[in-house]
Design a protein around this ligand. Sequence first.
Ligand SMILES: *[C@@H]1O[C@H](CO)[C@@H](O)[C@H](O)[C@H]1NC(C)=O
Length: 200
Amino acid sequence: MANRCQIIHVVVSVYLFYCVHGQVTTRGACPTVSVKTDFEIAKFLGLWYEIERFQSGVQSDLKCSTVTYWSNKDDVIGVTNNGTFTKNDKLTSTEGYAWIPDPKVPAKLKIKFKWWVPATNYWVLRTDYDTYSVVYSCNDYLFGFFKVESAWVLSRGRILNDDTLTDICNDLNDRGIDIGNFQPTDQTGCDDTLKYKPVD
Ligand SMILES: *[C@@H]1O[C@H](CO)[C@@H](O)[C@H](O)[C@H]1NC(C)=O
């Protein structure tokens, strides 16, 4: 049994870690949310543009952010996050991988980026595969004493139409997700050499 000081240390270090990564930490356990039914990972693969993301107060230092899901062997899905630092226009690219622990609920993925960071939930709440996607990550810590959340609204184009975005926000709000944590991602003045191409 860890003493109180050790527990506080874990809480503080986890909190600091997630803060700098633009996730949101709050008291209480994760909400129960439904995910996309009959999710088909094959149709979800390819390039997505980040339209909105959870951000804890500070403005994101990245613009033109994209995420590409690519198929891999052994049912592992490759995940490449790209972005451009606003301060110097330098590209940054991070690779991770995702998988589906329970094939009966294919929209509930797990994702892992760095070996020292435990895998986190990565759930596809909604998608029509060729226009928009909503990905939500919520993980309980200390048996639900606090949670760390992230969410992304993704689009197949650099712009998502306002009606779709409004509909997504209303829906997430109804599900008990705090949409006040969303901040828009700047997708202007980006390099467009790579474009999403629909799969045949
Ligand atoms: C992401 O960055 C990698 C490494 O620079 C590059 O190979 C890849 O084409 C980029 N993808 C997109 C969608 O920009």
